[in-house]
Ligand binder design. Sequence first.
Ligand code: HEC
Length: 219
Amino acid sequence: MKHRLILLISPLLILPLIFFYECRSNKYIPDVCFQTNVLPIFISKCTTGGCHTGSGKDDEGRSDLTNYEGIMRQVKPYYPLFSEVYTKCSGISPEMPPKSSAKLTTTELEYIKYWIHTGAKNTSNCDGKACDSTNLSFTNRIMPILNTWCVGCHNATTAGGGFDFTSYDGVVACIAPDNRLSGSIHKLTGYSAMPKDGNMSDCEIKVIQKWIDTNYPNN
Ligand code: HEC
């Protein structure tokens, strides 16, 4: 009798623990944007090497993860733990991507999870307001973007690739002679894709590029 009682109430004891763990591991990421923050993760981690491309399912039954519609076939909006795109890639021993490929990072998983959690909407151009690409002041527009995305790894003590972006001269050293700055923010082949651990918005990339194209004024 006693055993039966324990058996009966044990799920009740375990559930709050799971719930507690889930809440604790939820990191609040404001304004997750599908096009900027979520789609690039699937493109870079799931569609390379011919996997998860094509419409519907490919020859080997792998679903298409190159676009919103394809991804949504494995998403239950508001319920990340019931969404295959999330559950298959998370946990201690994720089923996907296969062992030979790079796993999704904790930050990437948090983006996906939070995006599903808030309704899995097909959001794009999420800068809040229309992209202002008229203000190209180095001090007021370019530096704040670099401070947000780059300076943590590109400063006097840690100068990734030898580039220190804490001063105008430091930034210019990355433009002339071979404009590695443009190559890296557009993630072109032959350049290291930057920022290393995130994605700038389309607007931020556009603004930096326009500043470079107008001969990068120091204003
Ligand atoms: C998490 C750290 C990190 C962040 C954030 C980061 N970088 Fe880098 N960056 C590096 C490291 C390390 C290297 C050198 C190794 C390499 O090229 O991957 C580098 C190299 C570069 C290079 C040379 C690439 C090449 O192909 O020669 C450029 C240009 C660059 N970063 C620009 C940026 C810009 C612009 C940002 C912000 C939008 C940024 N980085 C954000 C760590 C970072």
